[in-house]
Design a protein around this ligand. Structure first.
Ligand SMILES: [Zn+2]
Length: 130
């Protein structure tokens, strides 16, 4: 699949100001404020920018960290991971492989079976109820 390429002006027109700050400027929503933090209904989570399927409810768990947490992506190819050294921390940034939008970070303190914690901004996701 071709990567989506849009100008920042186009993204700004399509996304809400909060979605734009997170997806395009790599901001982080304040902890415990996102609409999906405590949502555990069955369904799928798509990229708020391009609609790509990113995560499914079966891998979502309550990490207590204040953001939606998943222990695995819907598919390995749905997301890209890159080293992020901003704010003096060494973290792994997670982006949508389809549009390059910033989603959040992945940490190595998740539950079995993967041991991964994908800590994702609610505003970067769009929930589709099953
Ligand atoms: Zn996307």
């Amino acid at each position: 699949m071709e990567k989506i390429e849009k100008t920042e002006q186009e993204w700004r027109a399509e996304l809400t100001p909060e979605q734009y700050r997170i997806l395009r400027e790599k901001a982080t929503e304040p902890a415990f404020t996102g609409e999906y933090d405590h949502l555990f209904e069955p369904g799928s989570y798509r990229c708020a920018a391009c609609g790509e399927l990113l995560f499914v409810s079966g891998t979502k768990y309550d990490s207590g960290c204040g953001w939606p947490a998943f222990y695995a992506p819907a598919d390995e190819s749905a997301i890209d991971e890159e080293t992020d050294t901003s704010y003096g921390m060494l973290r792994t940034e997670v982006t949508c492989s389809n549009c390059g939008g910033h989603l959040g970070h992945v940490f190595g303190d998740g539950p079995a079976p993967t041991g991964q914690r994908y800590c994702i901004n609610s505003a970067a996701l769009k929930f589709d109820e099953e």
